[in-house]
Design a binder for this molecule. Structure first.
Ligand code: NAP
Ligand code: GDP
Length: 329
């Protein structure tokens, strides 16, 4: 089928990645269908600009109510939409919270992914599938740079559930010939990042402190290093995976790790502040266990997909700071 008439189904369309992916797919001429769940307050701000555009909403973009736990609705949506490509991004996405709600995390990430793979297997026309996996599968990693062959050693219920998804993706690919790609993505941020992730929490707090609306910031473990990229680059990689002739697993990462203190320093300097004057540790934000350092090796994605990152560490932070500042004013 012509690329310009493809249909994509996206779970998690209201999230950070779902919103950027939708913009990308629409730009490429796709008809995009998103799964949304009901909530008591409206939480579609990331795709609001698309919903308000009459040329897009109801024309190229459609939303369908369901929940990951609502089997019948999901099956009905697949039947109605008949997607060429299925991007499964939805689920409990917070590592720290996964220690507080491990059962729900496991059910949503692991259980619901198998259910969706089964639904895809039952389709007359089977879609190409993207599964949102995570660097947290490597956990206490043995190598300084992890790649698609690295051992899984997760340290959280979230990481263990995502590791299960990678295995299941591979099993469905090998056993039933399903076109399943596991995207093993390292942390990726943007102005649309959820506010309980550390990057957004830091940037918003720095903006508030600079505007004298707040005078301190409480955090957990500052002695960690992560490989932070920009979400816009990572959704491009998701799409590229599904354009290949054969399905595969890919690490998407920048290949460079930074400490949380470096992140704090760049974010606070943007507002001409020294983070050391404002940040304190609150044990409430410490996790029972976590990887000290995660850093990916994206060589395979670069070679096979031609994937590249286009935002530096500083650019990502400044992009978030600019947006946080605008939202405060
Ligand atoms: P996010 O902003 O937290 O978005 C999560 C999305 O999932 C939201 O649209 C949310 O809907 C939806 N969702 C959650 N539970 C659901 C349920 N029971 N039924 C239906 N929808 C549900 O996450 P993200 O940053 O875009 O990440 C997308 C995926 O990539 C996630 O699976 C995440 O674990 C994974 N990942 C993210 C990163 C990263 O650094 N961002 C790295 C590796 C992997 P509501 O808007 O209604 O809450
Ligand atoms: P994650 O890597 O997907 O868990 O993304 P987060 O942004 O939630 O956390 C990144 C790192 O920041 C982890 O190592 C956290 O332990 C650390 N961190 C330190 N303080 C905080 C905090 O107050 N909130 C969050 N979310 N993370 C924190």
């Amino acid at each position: 089928m012509d690329e310009f008439h493809k249909t994509a189904l996206v779970t998690g369309i209201t999230g950070q990645d779902g919103s950027y992916l939708t913009e990308l797919l629409l730009k490429k001429g796709y008809q995009v269908h998103g799964v949304v769940r009901r909530s008591s307050s409206f939480n579609r701000w990331r795709i609001d600009h698309l919903i308000k555009d009459d040329r897009i909403y109801g024309n190229k973009l459609y939303l369908h109510y369901a929940d990951l736990n609502d089997d019948a609705s999901l099956r009905r949506i697949f039947k109605k939409v008949g997607p060429d490509e299925f991007y499964h991004l939805a689920g409990q996405s917070h590592v720290g919270l996964s220690f507080e709600i491990p059962e729900l995390t496991t059910q949503e990430i692991a259980g619901c992914t198998v259910k969706l793979l089964e639904i895809c297997r039952d389709q007359e026309f089977r879609p190409k599938i993207y599964l949102a996996c995570s660097s947290e599968i490597f956990g206490d990693a043995q190598e300084p740079h992890q790649n698609e062959e690295s051992n899984f050693n997760p340290t959280s219920p979230y990481g263990a559930s995502k590791a299960f998804c990678v295995h299941m993706g591979r099993i469905f690919r090998q056993s039933y010939g399903l076109f399943v790609c596991n995207g093993i993505l390292y942390n990726h941020e943007s102005p649309r990042r959820g506010e309980n992730f550390v990057t957004q929490k830091i940037v918003r707090s720095a903006a508030e402190i600079a505007a004298e609306k707040k005078d301190s910031l409480e955090l957990g473990n500052l002695d960690v290093e992560r490989d932070w990229g920009h979400a816009k680059d990572y959704v491009e990689g998701m799409w590229q995976m599904l354009q290949q002739e054969n399905p595969n697993d890919y690490v998407l990462a920048t290949g460079v790790a930074h400490s949380l203190r470096e992140f704090l320093s760049v974010a606070f300097e943007y507002f001409e502040l020294d983070y050391r004057n404002f940040v304190s540790i609150n044990n409430r934000f410490l996790r029972p266990n976590e990887p000290q350092r995660l850093c990916g090796d994206p060589s395979k994605a670069k070679k096979n997909l031609g994937w590249r990152t286009t935002h530096s560490f500083t650019e990502i932070i400044h992009d978030m700071c600019l947006s946080a500042k605008a939202n405060i004013l």
